[in-house]
Ligand binder design. Structure first.
Ligand code: BGC
Length: 763
């Protein structure tokens, strides 16, 4: 009833747009509707649709600053197509109202934001989510983020972030799925469907997704953010482009071009990427938005001034300019000078209007502006419970050689370390859309978990970083600043407490701002004061559990050698304080597995499992005249796919339905897995394939399938994988996507290093 009223009401308001046939999802109707609209738009209004600006400052009402009045006036004049970072449904509704009631053509606005691991209920960072290998929960988390954000007026999310990253020095590895294209692609699909819904935009909790950062941003040279990307096209197509394409195939409605250049052409001005590959080859029919002020970066790349940057970006296929004001200032001039055509402006405008149409915003511009939903749909108990369960599924048990975990709830437990009692640090790099001071601390969570059964004592033990004055440590330092005692004072206090304890939980690692954008590191150790503390704690000889917080693979060779127990928890989000004890005390059996290899030292980087064959592989360390190092072997500390459980899983032998696969047929590979321990648990069974004889040099193995299965203690289950011709295809030297007959090695196992194998032949 209410919806009918809204539509009727809207038809009255929209007297300049016919309300009869334009609401069908049929493309011919959409084309007609948009062509009609574009015919009535002035040049300024068309360029306006391509202009995205920050809405942090945008409010409507009285006593406006001049900037605020300017934004409102621009909306009224139809000179803005979208806003980023406007927060709060009432404010957004007011802004939308100005657009659809006071502007000449009443075109609704998009309201975007980055809430890529949760809006108010924060989930683990994406690299942690990937470690769950559970596509259902990844989709569910995306859906909840969309439910909460849309209840607060937002209709566009800048996620999924699918940049393959093989260099953990790059801080943004935290925001994606790690080093592997296949799992990256699966996650991309799950997220797109979680945000947009299936079918897309069917209701007001389905929002527009934006896959980013296209393209190859994760391959930044030396792991430095915004750095050089120079890569062969074969590598691009075989490894790096796959997850973007997976998002496109899943129907993602928008795409963000990246900050980096690709082989000499900035991604935002790269016609080959944005037109030839994205639109012509992949059939992407959404719109492209630049990254934040990325059109201005074209100037810094040395390709010309703002005028030239704007023309290059538009001609390449960047439809919307985020915050550069380059289109706003230059496109009219460029059109007058015939450096661009009206068709190019209209193409971009059309793609943006189409997205608004498909989302249903022309039908109901207030679709995402229900001013009551936020009271019931945000940070609900239900969402928080799900976040807790999801978080515990992302933790990776890196070592438990003395079976100290799970802990018993008895005696005295000493919680030591700066991350043991720090609220904002629980959330991770994109936690800021929520209230970062809302999460409980680990200390609070552990106390709640043990109740009266054990005594909990806490000491901070050290400062989180060597140099607390370093301006890189922004938000969290404030929390840490409350206690500025010296490291030796803090250590003495910790050691006093530890003396009385039966077991030590050391909560250490990176703090949230050490990963994410502009947070590259050249040293991937736990910061020195924390490592010194850890050494002192381990000298006590007491049972010690390292609870490791991190946004990236770290170099923890010393810890691996000297400690028996390491649980990696990433940044687990809003419910971290409860999810961590769930695993520590055995309510949940950990099942996370790494999706990025952990190096032994930074000199090994990049270290990734799907490396190509080399001319002189080193079979064992050390061999002269082989590919490797004098001072360290080539193995990662923890390989891709690795993660322990409180139980053991034993793998039988692989059974193939046939050892010969005929063209266009499939074979099945099965393997029995037995839970030979005493605790029920989940195991992620991984399938890898290696092309043994090919026309080009191929990777030593590639992930081609996985299945996460629950096996009760003492029971066995069979995992079945269908091997299809698709799994054997790759881009050859001429960039043809082909498969080649011959022998293949098939591996099924616990991780990329521990597997059973067999061979089959493709005829
Ligand atoms: C980041 C993007 C983000 C954008 C808008 C940029 O700095 O690279 O990932 O979506 O800002 O917040």
């Amino acid at each position: 009833m209410k919806n009918i009223f809204l539509i009727l009401n809207f038809c009255l308001i929209f007297n300049s747009i016919s309300c009869t046939s334009e609401y069908s999802s049929d493309n011919a109707d959409m084309d007609r509707f948009i062509s009609d609209l574009i015919n009535r738009m002035t040049l300024e209004e068309k360029i306006g649709q391509l202009h995205l600006i920050s809405g942090t400052d945008a409010i409507s009402g009285e006593d406006l600053t001049s900037n605020q009045s300017k934004i409102l006036q621009e909306i009224k004049n139809g000179k803005i197509g979208a806003l980023i970072n406007a927060k709060g449904v009432k404010k957004i509704r007011n802004l939308q109202k100005i657009a659809v009631e006071e502007s000449r053509l009443k075109i609704p606005l998009l309201f975007g934001m980055d809430f890529l691991h949760g809006y108010e209920t924060i989930f683990p960072i994406p690299l942690g989510m990937a470690a769950s290998w559970n596509m259902d929960i990844i989709k569910e988390a995306a859906h909840i983020a969309a439910v909460e954000a849309s209840a607060d007026g937002l209709n566009w999310i800048y996620s999924p972030m699918v940049d393959i990253a093989r260099d953990p020095r790059w801080g943004r590895i935290a925001e994606g799925a790690g080093e592997d294209p296949f799992i990256g692609g699966e996650i991309a699909k799950a997220q797109v469907n979680g945000y947009q819904g299936e079918p897309a935009f069917a209701n007001n909790t389905n929002i527009l997704a934006c896959v980013k950062h296209y393209a190859l941003y994760g391959a930044s040279e030396a792991g430095r953010d915004y750095s050089v990307v120079d890569m062969s096209r074969q590598r691009m197509f075989n490894d790096y482009l796959y997850p973007y394409k997976a998002a496109v195939d899943a129907g993602v409605g928008s795409l963000m071009s990246s900050f980096n250049e690709v082989n000499g052409i900035p991604a935002t001005a790269n016609k080959w990427l944005l037109q030839n590959v994205l639109r012509d080859q992949w059939g992407f029919d959404g719109f492209v938005v630049s990254d934040y002020a990325a059109i201005n970066d074209i100037i810094r790349f040395g390709l010309g001034d703002s005028y030239r940057a704007a023309t290059l970006a538009l001609k390449a296929g960047t439809d919307m300019d985020m915050e550069s004001y380059a289109y706003y200032h230059n496109l009219k001039k460029a059109l007058d000078a015939r450096d661009i055509s009206i068709q190019e402006i209209e193409n971009a405008c059309r793609r943006i209007l189409e997205a608004k149409y498909k989302m249903g915003l022309f039908k109901n511009p207030y679709k995402y502006c229900d001013t009551t939903r936020y009271l019931n749909d945000i940070y609900t108990e239900k969402h928080r419970n799900i976040a807790r369960k999801i978080a515990s599924e992302t933790f990776v048990l890196l070592k438990n050689s003395k079976n100290i975990l799970p802990l018993k709830k008895t005696g005295t437990i000493a919680l030591i370390g700066p991350h043991g009692n720090n609220r904002p640090n629980m959330l991770g790099s994109w936690g800021w859309p929520s209230d970062i001071n809302k999460a409980a601390t680990l200390l609070e969570g552990i106390k709640k978990a043990v109740g009266n059964e054990a005594k909990i004592m806490y000491a901070r033990g050290c400062q989180p970083y060597e140099n607390m004055e370093h301006e890189a440590w922004l938000s969290l330092s404030k929390d840490f600043e409350k206690d500025r005692r010296s490291d030796s004072e803090l250590l003495n206090e910790a050691l006093m407490i530890v003396q009385k304890a039966d077991v030590i939980i050391a909560a250490l690692g990176e703090s949230a701002e050490m990963s994410g954008e502009s947070s590259s590191r050249s040293d991937l150790n736990i910061p020195e004061p924390q490592k010194n503390l850890l050494k002192e704690l381990s000298k006590t000889g007491k049972p010690l559990v390292l609870v490791l917080f991190t946004g990236r693979p770290l170099t923890i060779s010393w810890e691996n050698e000297n400690l028996s127990t390491i649980l990696n928890v990433w940044f687990p989000g809003t419910e971290a304080a409860y999810a961590i004890p769930d695993v520590l005390f055995g309510k949940i059996n950990p099942s996370g597995k790494l999706t990025a290899s952990w190096p032994q030292n930074t000199g090994q980087i990049p270290v990734y499992y799907n490396i190509k064959n080399v001319s002189k592989p080193m079979d064992k360390w050390f061999q002269k005249f082989r590919s490797g190092y004098l001072d360290v072997n080539n193995e990662p500390l923890y390989p891709f796919g690795y993660g322990l459980s409180y139980t053991n899983f034993d793998y039988g032998e692989i059974k193939l339905s046939d050892t010969v696969m005929k063209n266009n047929e499939t074979i099945t590979a099965s393997i029995e897995i037995t839970n030979s321990g005493k605790i029920d648990g989940y195991e992620t069974v991984q399938l890898y394939i290696s092309d043994l004889v090919a026309s080009t040099v191929r990777p030593i193995k590639e992930l081609k399938g996985f299945e996460k299965i629950f096996i009760k203690a003492g029971e066995s289950k069979i995992a079945n994988f269908k091997i299809t011709i698709e799994m054997l295809k790759f881009y050859n030297y001429n960039l043809e996507y082909i498969y080649e007959p011959g022998k293949f090695k098939l591996m099924i196992g616990k991780n990329s290093k521990d597997f059973k194998s067999t061979e089959f032949t493709l005829n």
